[in-house]
Design a protein around this ligand. Structure first.
Ligand code: PHE
Length: 359
């Protein structure tokens, strides 16, 4: 029996000294595990005579309980110590300033997208979206481009198999919206668009935003007022004049191209009225055939649509000369033309307050 007591106090001593949970587990396995020292002792009971077995058995059970109890207690103590240590080392000083130097930048297209959506959201427009890969119906047919109509060649389309194309404009979202929603409709649909084109002002992938308003008496006056309001907010000046020139799109009648007044003096480009003009976007009254194609009665409903290039807006507002540079992923360019990440544009606190912040 002597050796059981010695063994017990030896193991209790080890438990006492254990510094972490892993060591404690090793001690448990070496004492009480399948091949543990106490377990081995239990196995010898079978060969003892009954009297001896009784006392030895009892002593072993007492020892086992003691050791198991000591291990449980130690475990709780170690876990608590570990938690205290973590709490102490993982404290966060909430009074610390954010990282002193912001490294990342928001791309001008993302910035302009935020700005434009902020303005239209404030003007009561909903957000609509459609897929980049479109079918012929949504991209052309429903928009009143008959098959083989020369107007289809106005846009250098990327074809994808039999019936699919990479959308050449965001106008298919007009169709998707009218197919799924009864008027009144007031949406803007931003997104990527694709045409086979590449020079200073064209890239094969670019960004557009589409606007669509349908109701019972929506007219061109509303279109003009809506665009004027938008331009003033976007270019952050009240000195905005717009000019509408007759144009042609299969899906609008009448159709117009909208120019904004600007000046180019001493190498500086500025949005202001009375000097020159720069073309901004295409627009018009939604063609009755388009309404019919979406199941709307043109005798009951009418409305306007417009579509503009977001990249172009970014170039004009922030004086970026070459569109191709937008997609070069050049960090030096991003540092120069990009925006600080935490300055989200809002109409009330300013849209471009961090523009030109030199970082
Ligand atoms: N989808 C036309 C384009 O990409 C623009 C447009 C949209 C014109 C809506 C009129 C109405 O050129």
């Amino acid at each position: 029996m002597d050796n059981i007591e010695n063994l017990t106090s030896e193991i209790l001593g080890q438990i006492e000294k254990a510094l972490d949970l892993n060591t404690l587990e090793e001690i448990r396995v070496s004492a009480l595990g399948k091949k543990g020292r106490l377990t081995e002792q239990m196995k010898t009971l079978g060969s003892m005579d009954p009297e001896e077995r009784k006392t030895a058995g009892q002593a072993l059970n007492v020892a086992k309980d003691k050791i198991a109890g000591a291990i449980d207690e130690k475990k709780i103590a170690l876990e608590k110590a570990e938690m205290d240590k973590r709490l102490a080392s993982e404290t966060v000083d909430v009074s610390m300033p954010v990282r002193p130097k912001q490294q990342g930048r928001i791309h001008p297209v993302s910035q302009v997208m935020e700005e434009v959506l902020t303005i239209f959201a404030q003007m009561g427009f909903d957000l609509a979206e459609g897929p980049d890969i479109e079918d012929d119906w949504h991209c052309f047919e429903a928009l009143n481009f008959p098959k083989n109509h020369p107007a289809r060649q106005m846009q250098a389309t990327f074809f994808m198999g039999e019936d699919n194309v990479l959308r050449t404009h965001t106008s298919p979202v007009q169709i998707r919206t009218m197919e799924n929603k009864k008027p009144p409709i007031r949406i803007v649909a931003p997104g990527r668009t694709y045409r086979c084109d590449y020079d200073m002002t064209h890239t094969p992938m670019f960004h557009q935003i589409e606007g669509l308003v349908i109701d019972k008496s929506t007219n061109m006056g509303h279109l003009k007022g809506c665009l004027l309001e938008f331009m003033k907010k976007f270019f952050e000046t009240d000195d905005v004049s717009l000019r509408f020139r007759p144009s042609f799109f299969p899906f609008t009648e009448p159709s117009a191209e909208c120019d904004v007044g600007c000046s180019r003096e001493n190498g500086e480009f500025k949005i202001e009225s009375g000097k020159g003009w720069i073309e901004l976007l295409g627009c018009g009254m939604v063609h009755p055939n388009v309404l019919k194609n979406c199941g709307l009665d043109p005798d009951e409903y009418q409305g306007f649509a417009f579509g503009c290039g977001l990249d172009r807006f970014a170039m004009l507002k922030y004086g970026i000369p070459d569109l191709r540079s937008f997609f070069d992923a050049d960090m030096r360019w991003m540092k120069h033309y990009g925006f600080l990440p935490l300055d989200i544009p809002t109409v009330t606190s300013g849209l471009s307050f961090n523009a030109g912040v030199k970082k």
